[in-house]
Design a protein around this ligand. Structure first.
Ligand code: GDP
Ligand code: IMO
Ligand code: MG
Length: 422
């Protein structure tokens, strides 16, 4: 079976920490979409590690890790990440596999990302500038280069051809363009490095493991509200972040899919531009940012903070068929009272529990339910019973509204700060 774990908000829900924990029960962890725009944080013996392209199962030494075809890979970022992790995990290369069908991010993709964002001015998406959008555009535009191409004797020729195309495109932009040439040398050095990795026909590789009864966990990146089809378009990323992305991003049939874990923070954050109905642009929002250390794991940018949005969560749960809910960063709310949760949107006088077509153009006033906070720190609780009544009431309301049971409560950054309910 292949279980799925994905973010239900705008990313950074704590996927890295939870995958690292759950990986103990799986044989393979597979990334199915996104690329180095992701920043998945986990702690290994107290040391903080942020993973961008490598699956978060890498520190569980029995786990194989696959970078699937749906991922876009920057060879330079991947190489740096491997070099950083190797001393912590010397056998990791023997457990790392890369789909030959994953697409490559070229230096000029990064330049195009920067030029496109600069040209948008105030309307910019707030991209991580990792070249994600342009790389996926080349994939769907049928121009892209794939990992398998690096084994071809005319890879350089293919690279030059695509780069020339990008240079023509870059001319369309008025502003100064990035000196992408400086990235060519490290790019080709990283390609050499990549040739030595285990590059596989991943769909067959996965099928073989599935038929042997191995347990696989598909690790999502970003979050459901950043999905290119169903997120807050155009302020989204360029891949399908919902469960549907697992089949196309790994080459597995839907019949293999089992449990779908959806992760939400106990509140909500967003980094980059775009609509965020429950955002708190006040002292409470600042206090949430400070208490939750809400700064991007990839870019260091301050994250926008707000109350949990049950309308958006219900939508995300519907899209992916979430069977188990994981709630993270609960300890961050320790000192907040009252707490609020959006249960409906007031859209021009009409109260609805449905997300409007376009959140960007629609004036939304969230309708809130208010809850008492809890008055004791919960980060040391190890069982559900120990948790304060006010916290349990908050969780019960969320479960009843979303019609999904909470399976895990995360109450701190550590691997062991996780209360397993079911
Ligand atoms: P991801 O992209 O979903 O993997 O999440 P990030 O790593 O970008 O951001 C989540 C942040 O919250 C990281 O700094 C984690 O160490 C931290 N974190 C995860 N779970 C908890 C939790 O339960 N409590 C607290 N206080 N921090 C957490
Ligand atoms: P993880 O996996 C939070 C956001 C960017 C921007 C938009 C598009 O760590 O949860 P892109 O670089 O993809 O073109 O940016 O998506 N974004 C993320 N926000 N967490 C992420 O990943 C993100 N990956 C992209 O901030 O608004
Ligand atoms: Mg992150």
């Amino acid at each position: 079976m292949i279980d799925v774990l994905l973010g239900l908000q705008w990313g950074d829900e704590g996927k890295g920490k939870i995958v690292d924990f759950l990986a103990a029960h799986y044989d393979i962890i597979a990334r199915f979409q996104g690329g180095p725009n992701a920043g998945h944080t986990l702690y290994l013996k107290g040391e903080k590690v942020v993973l961008h392209t490598i699956p978060s199962g890498v520190f569980q030494t029995h786990c194989l890790n696959l970078i699937g075809n749906g991922v876009v890979i920057d060879p330079v970022t991947l190489r740096l990440e491997i070099e950083k992790i190797l001393p912590l995990c010397p056998d990791m290369l023997s457990r790392l596999y890369v789909s030959q069908k994953a697409h490559l991010i070229l230096p000029t993709h990064r330049a195009l990302d920067a030029a496109s964002e600069a040209a948008k001015g105030a309307d910019k998406i707030g991209s991580t500038l990792k070249g994600i959008g342009p790389a996926y555009m080349d994939k769907t535009g049928r121009n892209g280069l794939r990992v398998g191409d690096i084994l071809s004797p005319n890879f350089r020729e293919k690279y030059n051809k695509l780069t020339q195309k990008h240079l023509q495109l870059l001319k369309q932009y008025d502003g100064p363009t990035i000196a992408w040439e400086q990235w060519e040398e490290p790019f080709f050095a990283a390609i050499e490095h990549m040739r030595a990795l285990q590059l596989v026909n991943a769909e067959y590789w996965l099928e073989n493991h599935l038929k042997q009864g191995k347990k696989i966990l598909a690790e999502g990146a970003q979050g459901s509200m950043l999905d290119v089809d169903f997120g807050t378009y155009p302020f989204v990323t360029s891949s399908n972040t919902i469960a549907a992305g697992v089949c196309s991003g790994l080459g597995v049939a839907p019949s293999w899919v089992g449990e779908v874990y959806g992760i939400t923070k106990a509140y909500c954050t967003r980094v980059g531009g775009g609509p965020f109905p429950t955002e708190l642009e006040d002292a409470t929002g600042d206090a949430l940012r400070a208490a939750g250390h809400e700064f991007g794991a990839t870019t260091g940018r301050p994250r926008r903070c707000g109350w949990i949005d049950l309308v958006a969560l219900r939508y995300a749960i519907m899209l992916s068929g979430v069977t188990k809910l994981i709630i993270t960063k609960t300890d961050v709310l320790d000192s907040f009272t009252p707490l609020m949760a959006a249960t409906a949107y007031n859209v021009n006088g009409t109260v609805t529990k449905e997300l409007p077509y376009d959140l960007c153009e629609t004036g939304i006033v969230p309708v809130y339910e208010t809850f008492d906070g809890w008055d004791k720190p919960i980060s040391t609780c190890t069982t559900y019973d120990e948790l304060p009544k006010a916290f349990k009431d908050y969780c019960t309301f969320i479960e009843e509204y979303l019609e999904v049971r909470i399976s895990h409560v995360s109450n701190g950054t550590g691997r062991d700060q996780l209360i397993v309910i079911s």
